[in-house]
Design a protein. Structure first.
Length: 497
């Protein structure tokens, strides 16, 4: 049996940062269920992108999809976790967000600087010249701020294709940053390898690994032994792993509760009088930070300029022209009807999407502090789903919709609300958080501030840490990757290894 000091399960922001801190301190193995995707391999057609979604139980596809009550969640499984398919947006949340955490803002603050050095986010050199920057300035003066993305702008082709994967090697995914540094320090990586079972014997953990391709020996599975385990399989992967071990490793009553979608949503102002030609340009580059002071506590809403990948621009222009009269809400006209419908017709006839209605449409990706009221449910196969039937009634969306209305009144265009609010539709998101929330005790959390699961009969499970999105205690209101990385760096720095 192979023996290691440390075993890391999953290679997203939690797993990659943990591997970096562990490598060099002891023999470390990282196992990742997905595979390494190389630049040039990512499909760029509509059907190709659709084929990236999971098709079989081996999880070989890049994306997985879980549709629960009221909400659906897409997640990634690849070496580098979701960093392979995200926009690389890195934002530090405002300090008040940590009021719901068992640690203070001061405890985590220095680790944001530390991971900033590792992730290397920078702003697009031309962000202020893009149409959405001037548009945001017009409708919400003074609120627009450059985004920072983990992208090498010198290599970036401004194709906006970041989510189905970057074919130009411009995205600084974790493979290029933390995992590469960890490998230099001696990290061993098994891709296509899923950690299935865990047992504690004689003070060591024995973990059963299943490879999706046979090992050289022809075996499909093997046991490895290690002193410490770091579970970083992403929110769903971690919940499913722990659910499988619910008898040998029982957890507290908050397991699978208080989950958040991080206020993930989409808002559209369709066919405004203002050009948005940067649909043909860079990935998401601008955002506005808004504060909702209507409740007892202030809540942050992050509004990011959305993007249609260049490769599906024509399909999107046609689809939106076709659907906008059906799904669109109120139209605020700030120009002649002729101009509005001329652009609309141009898209319907597939003429020039950049100059038509889509080229005058503002897509806003929303992240906000929702109330973290989703609950995890498991099916017979042990697959996790998040349920939150009235997600779109969360106060953060009321605030977002009031803003959208205000902007449409100022700037014109047709409001297309979150598609999840339509009959038979779900609200989709990519930021599932929580389910194993950090807390001070088993009455307020599932794990302690060092990610160690509480035992129902007292104490914590030894030498076992969870370090991923599942331990965040509440929504952040900003994209979560940087916080997952900083929280992992905080936990690893506190351990005596
Ligand atoms: C399309 C998309 C766009 C996004 N855009 C942004 C963005 O721009 N900015 C931002 O901050 N956030 C973004 N996010 C969210 C962010 O990427 C995730 O919150 C973050 O990656 C979560 O990190 P993690 O470490 O918890 O797990 P993940 O990154 O989800 O990684 C977990 C890994 O564990 C593996 N795994 C699961 N089970 C096992 C097992 N049993 N054995 C071995 N391996 C296993 C999975 O295959 C996966 O690769 C986006 C997410 C998606 C899907
Ligand atoms: S915009 Fe295109 S080239 Fe730039 S990082 Fe995204 S996918 Fe890569």
């Amino acid at each position: 049996m192979e023996k290691y000091d440390f075993l890391v399960i999953g290679s997203g922001y939690g797993g990659a940062v943990a591997s970096y801190y562990l490598s060099g301190k002891g023999k470390t193995l990282l196992v990742e269920k997905g595979r390494h995707w190389k630049e040039g391999e990512f499909p760029e057609t509509l059907w190709g992108i659709a084929s990236l979604f999971q098709k079989n139980s081996l999880g070989r596809q890049l994306f997985g999809l879980r549709i629960g009550k009221g909400i659906g969640v897409a997640y990634a499984q690849a070496l580098g976790g979701a960093s392979v398919v995200n926009y690389g947006i890195t934002i530090e949340p405002p300090a008040h967000v940590f009021q719901d955490w068992p640690i203070s803002y001061e405890d985590i603050r220095p680790f944001y600087d530390q991971v900033r050095g590792g992730l290397m986010p920078t702003s697009h050199p031309k962000w202020s010249q893009f149409d959405e920057a001037s548009y945001l300035d017009r409708i919400e003066p003074g609120s627009q701020i450059a985004l920072e993305n983990t992208i090498d702008w010198e290599k970036c082709m401004d194709c906006g294709h970041c989510v189905p994967g970057c074919n130009y090697g411009a995205k600084r995914s974790l493979n290029q940053t933390y995992l590469s540094l960890a490998r230099e320090k001696g990290l061993t990586v098994y891709e296509n390898t899923e950690a299935l079972n865990i047992e504690r014997r004689n003070g060591h953990y024995h973990v059963y690994l299943r490879n999706h391709k046979p090992y050289k020996s022809g075996r499909l599975g093997q046991w490895v032994s290690c002193n410490k385990v770091f579970l970083a399989a992403g929110t769903f992967g971690t919940l499913e792993f722990l659910y499988r071990h619910r008898r040998s490793m029982p957890l507290g009553p908050l397991f699978g509760k208080r989950m958040s979608m991080n206020g993930d949503g989409l808002a559209i102002l369709y066919n405004t009088p203002f050009p948005q030609s940067s649909h043909l340009g860079a990935p998401v580059t601008t955002h506005a930070r808004l504060m909702d002071h209507s409740g007892k506590k202030p809540k942050v809403l992050t509004v990011m300029s959305g993007r249609v990948p260049l490769s599906i621009l024509r399909h999107s222009a046609f689809a939106m022209a076709f659907l906008s009269p059906i799904v669109g809400k109120k139209l605020y006209l700030k120009e002649s009807l002729f101009s509005y419908y001329k652009r609309w017709l141009s898209d319907l006839l597939l003429l020039h999407p950049a100059r038509g209605a889509l080229g005058h449409t503002f897509l806003f990706k929303l992240d906000g502090q929702d109330q973290s009221r989703a609950v995890c449910r498991f099916d017979r196969m042990g697959r996790a789903y998040m349920d939150w039937p009235d997600y779109l009634q969360d106060p953060i969306f009321e605030f977002a919709h009031s803003k959208l209305e205000e902007w449409a009144k100022k700037g014109g265009g047709r409001i297309i609300p979150n598609l999840g609010s339509l009959p038979f539709m779900k609200s989709f998101g990519v930021h599932p958080l929580g389910g194993c929330a950090m807390g001070e005790s088993i009455h307020t959390g599932v794990v302690d501030p060092l990610g160690r699961p509480f035992r129902p009969n007292g104490g914590v499970y030894p030498d076992f840490h969870i370090v991923d999105a599942s331990i965040l205690p509440a929504s952040l209101g900003v994209p979560p990757s940087m916080t997952i990385a900083a929280n992992t760096a905080r936990i690893l720095s506190a351990l005596e290894l």
